[in-house]
Unconditional design. Structure first.
Length: 219
């Protein structure tokens, strides 16, 4: 499937807190495809496994994929329902010992420690959500030599381009500005927008513009 593993958006304008996401996950037995995000797979495959932090892990597809590649993963989400499903997925995949699951509302708390990879894939939600500050905190959690990967939507889907008008979709350049990376301390490996194929709700072929920022901490 080409749809995203955990895109934290919705057609309505909810508050975006824990209760909303728990209720949202309870609407179906599985919300996402179960496959790791394609951009994550592409951008991480060449990295030496170490400690990884998965921000907004949803039902755990990215975290399980990382664990299978040899990473020791801390995976976090606001929804306890999603984390329960993610832990079950990891157990079924035989990598439960390689993943630690933590519940965080990133506006209020953040995992401790330094990581060789910090991944924030489709970290979007409605309501008061200080995404730039959260991404700066994510950058601060990257160990020297490590990588921060930020993947996000750049607009609405082809079948409903204005569906998420209440959300801000920054460009790759805007993400880099929001990160406020100190000059000389980071290397920009990738900052680009691309068109992602995905299925429309009626099953037809559709697309959505996405962007990716990948930076390496030098010191």
């Amino acid at each position: 499937m080409t749809e995203h593993a955990h895109t934290h958006t919705h057609e309505t304008q909810p508050e975006g807190g824990q209760e909303f996401w728990d209720d949202r996950y309870r609407e179906s037995d599985r919300m996402w495809s179960g496959n790791a995000n394609a951009v994550l797979v592409r951008e991480v495959q060449g990295l030496a496994p170490g400690r990884a932090l998965d921000l907004g892990c949803g039902e755990g597809a990215d975290a399980v994929w990382l664990a299978r590649q040899g990473w020791q993963v801390t995976a976090t989400d606001i929804s306890g329902v999603a984390l329960g499903r993610a832990a079950a997925h990891a157990a079924e995949a035989g990598v439960a010992e390689r993943v630690e699951w933590q519940r965080h509302d990133f506006a209020e708390s953040f995992p401790e420690g330094e990581f060789d990879l910090v991944s924030a894939c489709f970290l979007h939600t409605y309501g008061e959500f200080p995404r730039p500050r959260i991404l700066r905190t994510a950058a601060a959690a990257v160990a020297p030599g490590g990588v921060l990967l930020v993947v996000g939507h750049a607009g609405g889907p082809s079948w409903a381009p204005d569906a998420h008008s209440g959300l801000a979709f920054p460009t790759p350049e805007e993400v880099l500005e929001q990160l406020e990376l100190p000059e000389g301390g980071w290397e920009v490996l990738l900052a680009e927008e691309h068109v992602q194929p995905m299925k429309a709700p009626d099953g037809s072929a559709g697309t959505r513009p996405d962007n990716v920022v990948k930076v390496r901490r030098l010191r």
